[in-house]
Structure formats: C-alpha cells, structure tokens
Design a protein around this ligand. Structure first.
Ligand code: SF4
Length: 451
C-alpha cells in the first residue's frame, strides 16, 4: 500500500450556503440577498439581533458569553453582514456546539470563553502595535517603508473583525477601548495625503485602506484614486477591502463596477498596477458571490486580486486549513494567495496568536502543493521593522518566546537615527505556548516589573 500524502487535494466547487436555514431569514429572497442595501441594513450588531436571527437554535449560554465579551474584553464592536454570518456552520442548521466551534464565528463573533483565561493579553501588547499612528506624515497617512505608504481614508468597515490590528482607530469605541478619532474632514484628509505624495516622488506605492475602502462613498473614492493616478511617480495602487468577502454585494453593485472599470482603464493607460487586496481567513468564507465579485473586478481591468489572511489558532493554523483556503482562492475565485500575517500583538488576542516556530513549520508544510507564485508567505509584522518572512528571524530565544529581527531601511521616524539599521527588534510568542520555565519567567517579570 502506498503511503498517504500529508495533504490530499480535492477540487471543491463553491456554493452559496442556504441562508433560509436561519429562522430570521426564512423568507429572504435571492433578490434581497444579492442587494447591498439589504445586506447593510440587516447586519448583526448585538446579541439581541443575533438572537432574533438564530432564535433558540443556539443556547442562552452563547448569548451571555458574547455579551460578556463585548462588555469586558472585545477591542472591536460587533458588526457582521448577513453574507458573513451565512458562512458560519455553512452546511447545516447550526446548534450551540457547532456555532461555538465554527472558524469564522471564532474571529467575527468572539466570546469571553474563547479568550485565554490566564494570559488574555501579552504584557507587551499595545493598541497601535505597529506604531502606524506614530508614523503618520499627514492624518491617516503612514510612511513606514521607504517607497510605500498606507493611506487610511476612513476608520469604518462594513464588518468588524475581532482581531483587527487597527483596533486603536477602526470601528466604534467599546467598553474597554476608547478609539482614536480622525479629526479632519475627509476632503481635507485626502488633500493632505495627495499633497504629501506630490511632494515625495520617492513614494511609488500606495495602499488605499482604512477601515475598508468599501465604506468610502464611491464617487469620493474614485475621485481620490484619479488624483493618485495623476501623480506620475505613483506606480502601484492597492485597494484594501475585506468587503470583497464580507460584502461582495458591494463590489457587484452596478455603480461600483462601472466606476472601478473607469479607474482600472485609467490605471492601465498610465501603466499603473491597480490591485485589490482582500482578507480571507478560512475557505468557508469563499462562496459563489465572492468568486463573482473577484472575477468581475478582474474582468473590468483590475490587474490582480490578492489575499492577505491572518494566521490564527482555532481558525486556520493547520497546514490543511491553509491549503484548503489557498486552493479555493487560487482555483475557484481567481484571488492570489499572497500573505498570511501572524496576528499582531494587540490586547486580548493571545488565544489567536501563533508562535513564530509554529508559523515556520506551517510555511514548511504548505510548500510544494500550490503553484510557486501562489504559495503564500507567512510573515511577522514586527513593530518598528515591518513585514519579515518568518524564517528571517535573526535570533530566537524559544524558552522565553522572544525572537529578534533586523531591517534594511529607516522608517519615517528614524531618519536621523544613525543606529537604526543596526538595532535588533523583539517580537514575542504567546506565553501559553512556552515551556513551563518560560511561563514562570514571564510570571515573575509581570509580578515584579511595571511592563
Ligand atoms: S476589515 Fe480590516 S480594518 Fe476592518 S475590522 Fe476587519 S481587519 Fe480591521
């Protein structure tokens, strides 16, 4: 008998799960389901609305657990479009156990019992863990890498992910997090960004993000993109939108498709690489509508649609989960598997975070199955450094879970720092993943020091 391969590929065609399995959507028509207005109007924003939808399919203990999380631990408020809810327990009528276990539920509707009881946060977790705000050169414009900027046009999304790395700024305040507010009017913010880019021809690449660009009124987004395209030193534009999977109805709305085509044509004429970057964490999120939205973007001339997922325990941190997702992206939707990020060191995220060594193992285990160009890189976004492939670690203290990283450029806040390129920057594994001696060491640190 031949030995089995560690992973067996089987093509799995996409489906749109039957939304009428939820009591609250028993009478919802296909026309309503495919309407972006209907989707936006029926997002679930609190435990009461979830109860109205699911009725007694789910036990009361779940709603209490959800409520406890929102009151004591959540860094993001609740906002889940029907499209995303419908990908939870997609193949049957959910019950309490299957809903608790569902991978999409685990990050879109986190509950208190999901969090780690002893170490909900790493002692070095911080709100703006990547220091994007510190690197603002105009409101919402982060200049971290020499040739690239991140333009946060707004601070809202059509959906709020529990693990959002921009929890400092994005979404409504929660009982535990009073969010930073953008102060300028949008028009003034956009003007400030454009002026900076006109004055800095060394910046050639703009990630247009937020929040989620799907929440920028289309005419405002199109006008901003056309202004970017008029700067001849800008050669790459990437639109960041999880809504491509969370609310594909937005990217299929006729006014958005027509506008995207105008922008894509202009980009092509000017030789600018226009791409969409989305954020899918599990194969269950990929449905026929998502594939239609991605393929429509490609048909109207967007050069590429790429996925930047987040590696999270309990959701996708096995090689089989990652490969299932990547094959569905690459083979069924036309979305290129591009990156998986380690979940950033924000508060109350320890139960999701994966240690660097495990990420290295996963990178090893997914090699060789997908086409090379569609094999995603697993990266660690190291504070003050930027993205590093997980094998690029300079030194790694496994006992205490501290890895050290270097970089080859200065960020915008280090221009006068002669030592910037010689520094080693630490990153920390989740404490519950350490050997007992490492856990004891951290306990002592937190007992005796003001970390
Ligand atoms: S879509 Fe992106 S920016 Fe918005 S909440 Fe999710 S992770 Fe954060």
């Amino acid at each position: 008998m031949a030995e089995a391969q560690p992973y067996e590929y089987r093509r799995r065609p996409l489906v749109e799960p039957d939304w009428t399995r939820f009591p609250g959507w028993r009478d919802v028509t296909r026309g309503q389901w495919e309407s972006v207005q209907w989707q936006r109007a029926h997002c679930v924003k609190n435990a009461r609305q979830l109860r109205d939808l699911l009725g007694d399919l789910i036990g009361e203990e779940f709603y209490a657990d959800l409520d406890a999380d929102q009151r004591r631990l959540a860094t993001m408020s609740m906002l889940v479009p029907p499209q995303m809810l419908n990908t939870m327990v997609p193949d049957r009528v959910p019950d309490t156990a299957s809903f608790y276990a569902d991978p999409v539920r685990r990050y879109m509707l986190p509950v208190a019992s999901d969090r780690h009881p002893d170490w909900p946060s790493h002692p070095y977790a911080t709100r703006d863990s990547l220091h994007e705000h510190d690197m603002w050169v105009a409101e919402g414009l982060t200049h971290r890498y020499p040739t690239k900027v991140l333009a946060e046009l707004l601070s809202t999304c059509p959906q709020y992910c529990g693990h959002c790395t921009r929890m400092d700024l994005v979404g409504n305040s929660t009982p535990t997090v009073d969010k930073l507010k953008l102060a300028l009017k949008p028009v003034d913010r956009y003007d400030g960004m454009i002026s900076y880019l006109q004055a800095h021809p060394g910046v050639r690449d703009v990630v247009v993000s937020g929040g989620d660009v799907a929440n920028v009124p289309w005419k405002n987004l199109e006008s901003f993109l056309m202004r970017l395209l008029a700067i001849d030193t800008i050669r790459d534009i990437r639109l960041a939108t999880k809504a491509l999977v969370g609310l594909p109805q937005h990217w299929l709305a006729p006014d958005v498709v027509e506008g995207l085509e105008r922008v894509a044509r202009t980009a092509a004429r000017r030789g600018v690489n226009l791409a969409i970057h989305t954020h899918v964490n599990h194969a269950n999120s990929l449905t026929r509508l998502v594939a239609r939205a991605a393929q429509t973007a490609l048909e109207v001339g967007v050069r590429d649609v790429r996925n930047q997922g987040v590696l999270m325990r309990g959701i996708n941190a096995t090689s089989a989960d990652l490969l299932d997702l990547c094959f569905a992206l690459q083979g069924e939707t036309g979305i290129l598997p591009y990156y998986f990020y380690l979940c950033d060191m924000i508060p109350n995220a320890e139960h999701w975070r994966v240690p660097v060594w495990q990420a290295q193992e996963l990178q090893h285990d997914i090699m060789g199955y997908l086409p090379g160009y569609a094999t995603p890189r697993i990266v660690c976004d190291v504070p003050f450094v930027g993205k590093r492939w997980v094998h690029m670690v300079t030194e790694y203290d496994r006992e205490h879970g501290i890895s050290y990283w270097t970089k080859n450029y200065r960020t915008s806040i280090e221009r006068d720092d002669a030592e910037a390129l010689a520094k080693r920057h630490p990153y920390y594994d989740p404490i519950d993943s350490l050997p007992e001696s490492g856990v004891r060491w951290w306990r002592k640190q937190t007992d005796t020091a003001d970390l």
